[in-house]
Design a protein around this ligand. Sequence first.
Ligand code: ADP
Length: 553
Amino acid sequence: MTKRIFRSILAVSLTVLLASLILIVGVLHGYFQERVKVELESRTAYIAHGIENEGMDYLTSGLPADCRITLVDRDGAVIYDNWEDASKMENHAQREEIHEAMMLGKGHAARYSETLAQKTLYYALRLEDGSVLRVSDTQYSVWLLVLQALQPVALVLLLAFVLAMALAARVSKQLVMPINAIDLNDPEGVEGYEELTPLLSKIRSQNRQIQRQVMDLKRRQEEFAAITENMNEGFLVIDQETRVLSYNSSALKLLHGERPAEEGESVFSLNREAGFRRAVEEALSGRRSEQLLEKDDECRQIMANPVEQNGTVAGAVLVVLDVTEKEQRESLRREFTANVSHELKTPLTSILGTAEIMQNGLVKPEDIPHFAGNIHREAGRLIGLVNDIIKLSRLDEGGAAGSWETVELYGLSGRILEQLAPAAEKKQVTMELKGESAAAKGVPQIMEEILYNLCDNAVAYNREGGRVTVTVESTPDGSRVTVSDTGIGIPQEMQGRVFERFYRADKSHSAGGTGLGLSIVKHGVAYLGARLELKSQPGKGSTFTVTFPPVRA
Ligand code: ADP
């Protein structure tokens, strides 16, 4: 900018300088021409006066030879010339100035010589005797004058040029200085000239606008970050080159990725599983894609959607979900359905077979009670199974088992042991109730099922002549019921699994059970917000402890 201004100022100065020079030379030339003319006239008049008084002698009396003097008689023949031999000169009657003087008394003429680049001015005056005196003087052309004065003119031009340069440099610097001094962030602090005011106020208003937009963007980004950061789902935005533009911490967690080291790192640096790569590539080629990533008991679902801009794919949005639990539930459900079908089929096949034999008359009348007993037992198992399934599904759906009440656990345990007395007697198992009265809040039916199943198992998985001890106590943690037996126990590695549906630790001992009892216990305990613990040693016995939440006064 400084250079441009400098060049412009210099160009203007030089143009003005040259134009002034030409004008001045023109004006001076006109002025000098006029002066020469006037001087020529007065000199001619002066010489004419001399001739009139002194005759031809005046001409030879040593007049200065700087101008040409010619005397012509009335016929035009040259009588005298101070520069040339008069006798050799041709007749001058037809010369413009002489002709004019003969006719009018005086005559002017100017003739230009190309070769000498000079102009000769003539002035002729008719004398009293009819002869004509002509005096001429040369006048140099403008260019010749300039050419002659070339050295000083060049010097002046050079000086003027240098001066113009210096001034142009100074002025352009002064003009640009306030503009350069503008601090775009703080245009207020500039002491510029008046013409800068609109520019400064424009910068100020644009600064304010930019500031507002930046704040707005920041706020939106913070909102967006707050929303995505609180999401359990992983969220990633990538561009066409797979560079990560935005992500939340759930995405890193679910993809087991490290925080991108630098901006613009490829999304593949977060996860290199084939399914993930497929989802990204499909989305970037414009197709929505869903993939399941399974690794180390974890299951994640990737949903990749292309982002289109002006008809081309500009990037993709990836959502990562943790579907481990869903997948586990799904597989449990499948397993449960298969188990239920199997569990139902066994007693039904037995009932069907027995009924068929009886129908075909293959059973002796005295054996009928035995076969009918079989059918009764299997039907009873079926009903027990169906009831357990109903209980479980009720607990799965979140209860509907009844209202919450305060239940006295010592009394409840006593009633359950009474119910189990025949079975215990059959196995010669001694049952004992210890402890004190303790209350807990819960759904009575669920509490009864929990304690019943635990006591039932304690008898069922006991040895002949064994012992079952139920202890009820009130602790600072809440009321606690401990069901302890001296039975077969559960091996350590199976202790976690006995609460699964249809899981039986010892198949040989659980002929009568449905395999759902401990599942009902586990779900019931969870429903009531109680705590369940199992301690067991194979061959020595097991202890199940249920601690109900403390009852608030
Ligand atoms: P089941 O109807 O077979 O009794 P449960 O869910 O009540 O089903 O129990 C699951 C399995 O856990 C049983 O098959 C049994 O192997 C084991 N089990 C439960 N309680 C006891 C216990 N008190 N002592 C030893 N094993 C037990």
